[in-house]
Design a protein. Structure first.
Lengths: 97, 419
């Protein structure tokens, strides 16, 4: 599997660390909404198909990336820097740019 | 129905094996059942078997979208053990071990359960201390565990590199002598035959496409072979749990589906007489009765439904094998494959009533589901029959994640790829 880092170009998957489901929304640090925290920590969408996820190029430029990848075929559909905010890649599976 | 005995083997051998009967029927689905079990893998079949045997509930259908045992029950590396640290896990898996010890007799089907032991190798003093702690925890609950010295390990597995110049020198190990392996296909076939002969309908090529509902209550399923109603609908679909739950309108679960690869080498003469695990990575190996080395390592590490993995993990697994057994460097790998693992957020399973009325849920087996097959079905059948969990599966609820009651044997937190 090759992931195209927007900074470094196409690189082997072993250079990257998987950070999981990119659809989750982290509550504000001061939030006392237990349901929101529980959902953030434990709940996953886990689709069979296009998946919005976060990877870190830990063996390269160390940037966090927002990747849309198909979990049935392992095809990478899009990559972008994650710092623009994770919701822009679509909140639901399949909602990539 | 095929009966197996020394006499029937002899009689059929003399007849040229022409008269064997099928081990289970191929019935068409009825319009309704008392219980529908979705998933004809090891756990679904054992659930149906124990529903019939222990609770007298025989009006049961097992629905399998492919052929029987086409999923993880035929894709695992066949190890059976109960060497856990936390008491919730130890009690459950030890119950499973006791069922394994009598399974071939119980099923009148040889599952080739071989108690050849499972040895976890330690490579640092801290790891050896940790193993001593786990061994003591096991012995507290009546499970067998022994610390082994390097000398004893060398005697048990002479091919192992126990020298000080190994990449990760071995300092000792934790052995569970009653652990071992079983023939995984035979487990599926034995449970299927046992359930079938008690009246359970095993319906293959029957994919669940949706749920029939009365308000919130689940009242049956729609399938590729028509609608089927049931008083109780039980899910045992492992890696497909998220997909089936979405059919019921539940979009999020504390589960990620990952791919785990497994490997078999060409056949060798007996060289490894136990189940061996490497402590400086994640690697486990045993030798099948045919002589092939059966081994595997870590998950590929990202969500996947592909049932196939990628090469970096193959490379890592082979490196780990050679760190232990330099002498196997020229052995050829024969086959490799991938299976879907339903990884929970704490590495422990879920066997529970709900989450919807009329529904029962069995999932979250991570990559340890095979050894749990008997107890999983036994506890799930109890839960379905009595509408409450047995004490062995009472801790394995779905809401434990939200109530601070997680059972994290490895202490990794909510990072499924690391469990």
């Amino acid at each position: 599997m090759l992931i195209t880092c927007p900074y470094c170009g196409p690189r082997d998957v072993i250079e990257f660390t998987y950070q999981g489901d990119g659809n989750r929304e982290r509550p504000q640090p001061a939030s006392q909404d237990l349901d929101a925290w529980n959902a953030y920590v434990y709940d996953r969408l886990n689709p069979a198909g296009d998946h919005n996820e976060i990877w870190q190029h830990s063996g390269g430029c160390r940037a966090h990336l927002r990747v849309v990848r198909n979990t049935l075929t392992h095809e990478i559909l899009s990559t972008a820097f994650a710092r623009g905010g994770h919701k822009s890649a679509g909140h639901k599976a399949g909602g990539h740019q | 129905m095929a009966e197996y005995s020394a006499f029937s083997l002899l009689k059929n051998a003399l007849n040229g094996n022409q008269d064997w009967k099928p081990a289970w029927r191929k019935p068409d689905p009825k319009a309704s059942y008392d219980v529908i079990v979705i998933g004809g893998g090891g756990h679904g079949l054992s659930t149906a078997y124990y529903l019939a045997k222990e609770h007298g509930i025989t009006n049961v259908a097992v629905l399998e979208k492919g052929w029987l045992g086409s999923g993880n029950v035929g894709r695992n590396t066949t190890a059976v053990r109960s060497n856990y640290l936390l008491p919730q896990n130890t009690r459950f898996y030890e119950h499973s071990m006791k069922l394994w010890e009598n399974l071939s007799h119980d099923l009148n089907y040889n599952v080739m359960f071989s108690q050849r032991g499972c040895l976890n190798l330690a490579h640092t003093p801290a790891q050896l201390d940790d193993y001593a702690r786990r061994g003591n925890a096991m012995r507290h609950l009546g499970v067998d565990a022994e610390l082994m010295s390097v000398k004893e390990i060398k005697r048990l597995v002479p091919a192992l590199d126990v020298s000080g110049s190994a990449r990760f020198p071995i300092l000792g190990g934790l052995m569970q002598p009653r652990a071992g392996t079983a023939r995984h296909d035979a487990v599926a076939w034995g449970y299927a035959r046992g359930a079938d002969r008690r009246g359970v309908d095993i319906i293959e090529n029957c994919e669940v496409t949706g749920f029939l509902r009365d308000g919130d209550r689940i009242t049956g399923v729609t399938t590729t072979r028509g609608d089927i109603r049931a008083k109780k609908v039980a899910l045992a679909v492992a890696g497909s749990t998220g997909q089936v739950m979405q059919l019921a309108g539940i979009s999020h679960m504390p589960i990620e589906s990952h791919v785990l690869q497994a490997f078999v080498s060409e056949s060798l003469k007996p060289i490894i007489g136990t189940v061996l695990t490497f402590g400086m990575g994640h690697f486990y190996i045993s030798q099948s009765d045919k002589g092939g080395l059966v081994y595997g390592g870590d998950l590929d590490g990202y969500n996947s439904y592909a049932q196939r993995g990628s090469l970096p993990v193959v490379d890592e697994v082979m490196s780990e094998m050679l760190a232990l057994f330099p002498g196997l460097a020229r052995v050829r790998m024969l086959r490799s494959w991938g299976g879907l693992c339903d990884m929970t957020m704490d590495g422990s399973p879920i066997i529970t009533t709900g989450p919807l009325p009329g529904m029962y849920l069995n999932c979250g087996w991570c990559y340890g589901g095979f050894k749990a097959t008997p107890a999983s079905g036994w506890c799930f059948a109890w839960t379905i029959a009595k509408d409450e969990p047995h004490e062995f599966n009472a801790p394995f609820t779905l809401d434990r994640f939200y109530r601070g009651l997680i059972i994290d044997d490895k202490g990794q937190g909510a990072t499924p790829r690391l469990h």
